[in-house]
Every structure is written in structure tokens, then in C-alpha cells.
Design a protein around this ligand. Structure first.
Ligand code: ZN
Length: 140
């Protein structure tokens, strides 16, 4: 395991815009505030969602679309640079009216309502291609 000591720099609470994209709004916020590394948690509701599942054999993301209202029961993620731009690596647990859930790597979702807590760190993090997984990971 590689690791890096970080200290919390700034904290934010945010309300996501109705009708906007969940992940894109986090990335726009990071760009506006110059955030180069952060973790975040969030909750709320979305009008639809696209979840990715990483196929470890094929080394590709498979997308699954959900075109229905869903509760954002839990969202967590981090922000770091990917090819010079903020990337919000976002995972979500989404629930339906009957309480059943879908979950995974959130590519996009149209916000109905959303609340975030963001903690930024004092060091920049930049993703780089990892040969073992074929993913863009942190070279710590
Ligand atoms: Zn992921």
C-alpha cells in the first residue's frame, strides 16, 4: 500500500443545483475553488442515473442506465486531477420507493436535490495510468 500524509485545508458545505449533473457540479466547484485534492460525502435525490461497473477481466466500464427517481442514500468520493482537470471519483448507493438499492461508480445523475460536505487537502493529487489495473490511480 502506498500512502501520503495529508492535512485538511478547507471545508465546504454545498447544495447541488436542481436539474444539473451531480458529478459535473462537483468538478465545476473544484475548478472554481482551485481544489486539487479532496474527499466528499453527500446525500439527496436524483431523477436518473448512470452507474459504471468495472469489468476486471475486460478492463472496461460497463454502463447501466436508470431512468427513474432515486434517493441518493449515500454518496462518497474524492477529487483529484485527471489530465489536468478536476475529476470527481464518485460512488453512490441509490434507493427506490420499495427500499431496494442499486450502487456503484456514478458517472452521471440529474440532481433533484443534493447536499455535500467537502474536505480539501493541502497537497495536490494527480491520477496516472496504472498498468496492473488499467485504471487511472494515484501514484503516491
Ligand atoms: Zn469508482
Amino acid at each position: 500500500m502506498d500512502y501520503l500524509e495529508v492535512e485538511g485545508a478547507r471545508g465546504f458545505v454545498a447544495r447541488l443545483d436542481h436539474g444539473g449533473d451531480w458529478r459535473a457540479q462537483i468538478e465545476a466547484f473544484a475548478a472554481d475553488e482551485g481544489v486539487r485534492s479532496a474527499f466528499f460525502i453527500g446525500l439527496g435525490a436524483v431523477q436518473d442515473a448512470e452507474i459504471y461497473f468495472y469489468d476486471q477481466d475486460d478492463r472496461e466500464y460497463d454502463a447501466v442506465e436508470f431512468d427513474e427517481p432515486l434517493e441518493m442514500a449515500a454518496c462518497l468520493g474524492n477529487v483529484s486531477d485527471l489530465e489536468g482537470e478536476p475529476f470527481a471519483h464518485t460512488h453512490a448507493v441509490l434507493s427506490r420507493e420499495d427500499g431496494s438499492t442499486v450502487a456503484g461508480h456514478l458517472n452521471r445523475a440529474t440532481v433533484f436535490a443534493g447536499e455535500l460536505y467537502v474536505r480539501t487537502f493541502d497537497v495536490p493529487l494527480e491520477r496516472a495510468h496504472d498498468e496492473t489495473t488499467d485504471l487511472d490511480l494515484w501514484p503516491l
